[in-house]
Design a protein. Structure first.
Length: 402
């Protein structure tokens, strides 16, 4: 949300005058500076993006936008204060007062306008009845926009999903509008709103009373997109993107499932063995280094560590099975890495939480002096190098394959 105000006078009329802005409008004396909302100020802008992977080869995306309306002031078509500029704000006539004064044209025009215009424009006029309109006192409705995109990533012909073909439908609402209503009956869907800000037309001047005679513009506040001189068309674009070399996400995926350079794909059992080494059991590892690290664990401590380690193994094996089964799924040839990683994310997060809790529980079982002797590779599993990258550092005499 944003809120922007500035100060301007009648002689500082901006280039946006006539397109919904009220820069430099005046209530009579153009030398008087007035504060008000900035030209074409938009208080709110919402953006939503939804992506749905239909299949590894096809992904659909919708990008929706909504922008709050611009601010403007009811104006007079013409220069009534004689300053050489058509930027005069209108007097909001009360139809009852105008009828009593015998000006039936104003009375009837305002009555019909208030009965037929939008609630937004009606509220703006009613709030200023009987006085000159204030700067940026009215606002136009929200403007929606929608783009659709389909991404196609073929895996055949050796592309390995490195080629992405995107079919983009820009300003889809305008296309739907034309499809449903035809080119000659558009409803203005997907178009920016430029409201009709002219409230009064000058139809004469009475020298005896030294006053202008007006006609009410009964289209005041109308924002029909078909009335705009500037339109945003519906467009269809096709883009292609080819990644040369190996995609980092796919390389990481291939490394995880044993498909590095010259390597074949692992079966689920082999993957389980690999994944098990990536979810270390801190309890059993501390028991394993008891002698080499000279921890001098007591029988009670060993019993507690062993029990906690056995419980940890049951939980970690369940998580490892989930990860290995997803990675080892052979039903899909060349699966999309991002789709696979999205499926694995909750399980990976749970495994990390389980590992962190194991480290904290192990620390609680040991004394501070014993914990100080525990290697950092056990305290901080993130320091270990993953399988396929040279193996883990040796801990307590065990090699990377153990």
């Amino acid at each position: 949300m944003t809120s922007s105000f500035d100060q301007s006078q009648g002689f500082s009329q901006g280039a946006v005058q006539g397109f919904g802005g009220t820069a430099g409008s005046t209530a009579g004396n153009p030398n008087i500076s007035e504060w008000g909302r900035s030209d074409n100020s938009r208080r709110h802008a919402l953006l939503a993006t939804i992506t749905y992977p239909v299949k590894p080869v096809l992904e659909l995306t919708a990008i929706a936008r909504a922008t709050s309306g611009s601010f403007f002031a009811p104006s007079v078509a013409g220069d009534i204060n004689g300053d050489g500029r058509s930027n005069d704000r209108a007097f909001i006539f009360d139809p009852a007062v105008a009828a009593a004064a015998g000006d039936t044209a104003i009375a009837n025009g305002m009555t019909r306008l208030l009965a037929n215009t939008s609630s937004r424009a009606r509220d703006c006029l009613l709030s200023q009845m009987g006085k000159v309109a204030e700067r940026s006192s009215c606002s136009s409705p929200w403007s929606p926009a929608l783009d659709l995109q389909a991404n196609i990533r073929p895996s055949g012909f050796g592309l390995d999903r490195r080629l992405t073909i995107s079919v983009i439908a820009l300003n889809t609402l305008t296309g739907i509008d034309q499809l449903l209503h035809g080119s000659n009956n558009l409803h203005g869907w997907g178009q920016p709103s430029f409201p009709d800000r002219t409230l009064l037309y000058v139809r004469g001047f009475d020298p005896t009373t030294n006053t202008y005679q007006y006609q009410v513009n009964e289209h005041f506040g109308a924002t029909n997109g078909t009335r705009n001189a500037f339109r945003v068309p519906f467009q269809i674009a096709i883009q292609g993107r080819l990644a040369l070399g190996t995609d980092p996400a796919r390389q990481q995926f291939n490394n995880a499932i044993g498909r590095g350079a010259g390597g074949g794909r692992m079966n689920p059992e082999a993957l389980k063995a690999r994944m098990t080494r990536l979810v270390p059991n801190a309890f059993l590892e501390i028991i394993a280094i008891n002698d080499s690290a000279k921890l001098e664990l007591t029988p009670d401590q060993i019993t507690k560590l062993q029990a906690a380690g056995d419980d940890f193994k049951v939980k970690s094996d369940s998580l490892v099975d989930k990860v290995a089964n997803v990675l080892g799924d052979t039903t899909t040839k060349n699966p999309d890495p991002m789709t696979v990683f999205t499926k694995l994310q909750p399980t990976i997060a749970e495994a990390r939480k389980l590992g962190t809790q194991a480290i904290n529980d192990s620390k609680a079982i040991l004394t501070p002096a014993q914990w100080a002797k525990v290697p950092e590779s056990i305290k901080t599993p993130g320091l270990r190098r993953g399988d396929g990258e040279g193996g883990r550092p040796d801990r307590g005499g065990r090699g990377p394959g153990n």
